[in-house]
Write a protein of this length. Sequence first.
Length: 510
Amino acid sequence: MNPATSDGPISRRRYLLRWVGSVLAVLAALGMLCWGIENYRGRRAWEACRRELLAAGEKLDLADFVPAPVPDEQNFAMTPLLASVSAPRADAAPTNTGARGYDTNAVERARALGRLVGTPLTKEDGREFRHILDLPRRAVAMDRRVGRTNATPPDWAAAARQILAGLAPAEAALSELRAAAPRPYARFDIRYGDGANTRLAHLSILKDIANVAQLRAVAELELGRTDDALADLAIIRRVGEALKTDPFSVAGSVRVTIVQIELQALWEGLATHRFNESQLGILQTNLADRNLLANYVFCLRAERAQCNESFSKLRRKTRSAKDFAGEDAGPEVGLMPAGWVYQNQAMINRLFQEMTAVDTVGGRLDPRRFARDSALQKQLAGFTPYEGVTRQFFRLFNNVVIKFAYGQASVDQAVIACALERHRLARGRYPANLAELAPRFLATLPTDLVNGEPLHYRLLRPDHFQLYSVGWNLLDDGGVTGETKTDEHGVRYPNLGNGDWVWDNQPVAP
């Protein structure tokens, strides 16, 4: 009798269980072998990538980008207003990420500055389209916020005085920042290395300050108080420059927004011929030193270092998936074998390297490198686990490069616009072409950063010029901007991927 069947169904079940156990053991062994091979291959891929980038002079560690500590008396970010929104409370217990609680009252006091302006001046008001800001409408809106619902629109001069009175509570804060502006450094009290969960409360505060100073500057220009307007423009510039060394792409993006806030007030002063020659020279010099493309490269290199820090913690299981890639991260991020993490790390480092191939000295950024059919985008077209995390990260950077490019183009146009206004003051007219600006009003003409060619300039009437870049699509649309979009708050904004990027000096009534 066969011993395997002598005990009937019970023996058969035992035999089947032993067989299944043997198969599972073999599969587990094969899985462990594959796991080990993947880890080995991934580690080799990352080590090769790291050697290649270090040999090219790149810095890959977060410590290379964290601003060094500086004495408080030399630190613009350590003014009482700014320090209060970023410094952790000493008496607060650490959270699960190690961060301490913050003084929410201090944050609210700082955010009260933004509430003086109310809803930020929308894109229709001119932040992107360069329209004259509607001061009577802003004055009425400010009245309504304090309960004066029967207010009627005043004339422009009365509206300007009313706005300045409404912004009076911000004077102490702005005076504090003005006094601290000469401090050479700006290092905020931030827990670097917290990845997607790093607390950056100071960014919204700086933007609020810029919006307050912008509205003040425009009101002061209306009243002919150009020195006061120049002082407020200097505050906007200083809070924007305070973000130059923040190793986060979101900080760089906020800096570009603050530059646009500054340029709106500057545009209005130029369009209405408020500034004199001396003031224009100061503004032009300050703008010429602004290199947003260099800031773009710094931010992306710093983000790469942040990614490397997070990859390292993810492999050591000291960082959760959400800490690593934010709330959108799926559970698969935390379950990946170390080899896949290494492969994603190698890919994201190489992609950052391609994205930072920008001529920051010559001021050139070629949009074709980022087109859908570019080599950069093709690398992310696969569906292997080697690109999973990389795709999550690059969704965050999808529009960053266009925003920086447009910001730099706007700065370059503002430099030329200042020189054009100086030419008008000196000779009673705008020049027929940009070559007439050299060398007295502008030593070197900025070129179009997207194609390296001269910017387009048209004198439409004796008092009306149009200056434009062909924009991200590299097509000359004759000075026509792209169609607008509307965000989730109902605010319109230009589609920077289409149409020309235009500086038109003709005031357009609201």
